[in-house]
Structure formats: C-alpha cells, structure tokens
Design a protein around this ligand. Structure first.
Ligand code: PLP
Length: 364
C-alpha cells in the first residue's frame, strides 16, 4: 500500500457537492474580489476564533509582513522568534527590514519561554510566537513578558487553526493572529489565502486599507500598501471548510492519538503537547537520531514522509546576511537533523494508519 505524506483529494471529495455548488454560485455571481463571501468569511472566522474582527488576505506570508508593517515595526527593530520555524515567519519580519532574534525551542517545538528575556533589548518591539505543527506555544509566560516589556505580540497560526491554549484560541493572545489557508493547512483553500484576526476594530480597518493598495476610498491612497485580497472564490470555499472544521480537527486528533498509543519504538521520540493545550495536529512530528535512515526505511515500504524543516532559517542561504554560523542555535539545528513528519491527513484510513505504525515499529 502506497501512502503519501499528505493528500488533499480526500478532504475535497468528502464535501464535494458543497464545494462545487459554492464554486458555481460564486462564478455566476459576477463579483469576484472583496464581496459578500469575503465579508461573510471574515465574520464567521472571527466568531469561530473568538476575535473581534478578521481581515482576509492573499497569503499567510502577507498576514505576517502586514502585521509588522501595520504595527509600525521596521528598520532596526528587533522581533523575537523561535529558531525552528518555517521561513515565512522570518520573512514576515525581514520584509520590513526588521531583525529576527532567534530563540531556541522547548521540548514541544514551541518557543522556550525561559530563554526569551535574555534576548530582549531596547530595540525589541515584538515577539512572534509560532504554534508550529498545530501545537500551541506556552502563551501565559509569553503574554506576561510582552506586558512587562511593552512588546507587541504576534502569533503565527498558519498551522494552528482551532488550536486551544487553556481553552482559548491561538491567535487571540496578542495584537495580531496570522493565518494561512494554503491548501495543505488544516483550514485549506483551493489556492492561496490568508487572514489576520485582531481584537481591535480600528486595527482591522488599517489592515483593510493596506490590503487594498493603501486606500479606504477608491483612488485615494493613504499609505503604500499591497494587493493582498482574499478572493471571493477562496472565501466562499473556505466558508464551507469552516463549517466542517470541528470534524476536520477531531479526525486529525484521532489519528494523532492512535499513533501515540500504538507507535512503540525506543528509537523514536513522539510529540507531546504542553499541558492544558489542545493541538490540531497539522503535522505529527517524531524525532529520531537516525532520521534519514528511518525516512529511507519507510520510503522503501512506499510510505512518504517530509522533514519540516531541513534547514533552519538562520542557516538558510537567504539569511546569510544575518551572519549566523552552524552551531549558533544547537537545539534548533539538532531538531532540523532529527525531525520527521509521519503521514497525517483528513480521510486517512485506519488501514493506512496501521501500515504506518507497523513500519515505524519495525524500524530497528
Ligand atoms: C504556511 C506557513 C506560512 C506561510 O503561509 P503562506 O500562505 O504559504 O504564505 C507561515 N508560517 C508558517 C508556520 C506556515 O506553516
């Protein structure tokens, strides 16, 4: 049995009729950008998240860089972020000419809160918490540090739609929660999409201005903005997906639980959530000192896996200019060498899960 690391077809076919009907409705409406689907999605996603407002954007990266832009973070300002993240988190900072200051992660793949304060300087303007793999960061101490040092708090929720920290949605702890609706995300569109959620409706209006060339009134431009509009088709399709998000999340939790209960191999370390959090299992990431051999063993049995991520941002070619060397973030770098994401997707059959478990348990 061939098992892909991820697949999106099953998530489509499960609600095929609803998606197709919505696509036809939008196509026939004659209105394709910033219309009633976007407005409705924004309202529904804000309500789902427990946020005051939501602004639909063109991607998760746009959500991140616009967040720092709108908060006034720019050249010379420092933003604290964990070293082990997708490079988009860091690009959101550096597109604004701000400087990422990397903090090592804890055992749960989130920012190690005990290492934040030593990184705060007079130039620090914000903390970017990334709920990587759908596993929430330890938000209480992060919120406290932001209050104490008067820092903005931005959350990268591109992998954590619906994840809870002590019953509260990720994305609602700070100033801006940034989301991606890239097709493979838990709340996935059928193309690119993104959004921010905020608790301040004035801030939401600023995002609405920035996403549309910096204009509130057509052809009157207040700031140099962006073209970063979520389109009507994606917004309409996301509304369908959002209606099923509970089911989507429960299914992923069930797979993760089944893996955690049945994978028994001393060569592997399984992912564990922080107490009091409900993860949404965007990925199920195991650690193994012989990761490459594990991946190869699984691949030989036609089980696909992915490494999220093989090169940490500080060592990426794009960030050579920051001047980091191998060894500067040993924990982050060790994770990059040892993490492996096992297949997890909506519509994954029990038989497929058992095949993965058997292959992993057979790795010696
Ligand atoms: C996917 C992702 C992004 C970027 O989202 P796009 O919509 O692809 O621009 C940012 N941060 C994290 C952690 C992601 O996983």
């Amino acid at each position: 049995m061939k098992i892909m690391p991820n697949r999106m077809d099953r998530g489509f076919y499960k609600y095929q009729q609803e998606f197709e009907q919505k696509a036809i409705d939008v196509l026939r409406s004659g209105w394709y950008v910033l219309g009633k689907e976007v407005a409705a999605f924004e309202k529904e996603f804000a309500a789902f998240s427990g946020a005051e407002d939501c602004v639909g954007l063109a991607s998760g990266l746009d959500a991140l860089w616009l967040a720092f832009r709108v908060l006034g973070i720019g050249a010379g300002d420092e933003v604290i972020v964990q070293g082990n993240t997708y490079i988009a988190s860091v690009m959101g900072i550096t597109i604004n000419n701000a400087i990422p200051i990397f903090v090592e992660p804890d055992e749960h793949f989130g920012m190690d809160v005990s290492r934040i304060e030593e990184k705060i300087t007079s130039r620090t303007k914000a903390i970017l918490a990334v709920h990587l793999y759908g596993m929430p960061c330890d938000m209480t101490p992060i919120v406290e540090l932001c209050r104490k040092h008067h820092l903005f708090l931005v959350e990268d929720c591109a992998q954590s739609h619906g994840a809870l920290y002590h019953g509260k949605m990720t994305g609602t702890f700070g100033d801006v929660g940034c989301f991606s609706f890239y097709p493979s995300k838990n709340l996935g569109a059928f193309g690119d999409g993104g959004a921010v959620i905020v608790k301040d409706s004035a801030l939401a209006q600023t995002f609405r201005m920035y996403r549309n060339y910096g204009s509130e009134k057509r052809y009157y431009n207040k700031v140099v903005g962006a073209n970063s509009r979520l389109d009507e088709l994606q917004a309409g399709l996301l509304r369908i997906r959002l209606q099923h998000i509970q089911e989507i999340t429960e299914e992923r939790r069930a797979i993760a639980t089944y893996y955690s209960e049945n994978i028994k191999n001393p060569l592997l370390k399984l992912p564990e959530l922080i107490e009091g959090t409900d993860g949404v299992w965007h990925q199920y990431v195991v650690r193994c000192e012989e990761r490459d051999r594990l991946a190869e063993t699984l691949s030989n049995q036609e089980i696909g896996t992915i490494i999220h991520y093989p090169i940490p941002p500080h060592l990426s070619e794009a960030y050579q200019y920051l001047g980091y060397q191998k060894g500067d973030l040993p924990i982050t770098e060790h994770l990059a060498d040892t993490v492996l994401s096992l297949p997890i997707y909506n519509g994954m059959t029990r038989e497929e899960q058992d095949t993965v478990i058997q292959a992993v348990n057979g790795f010696t």
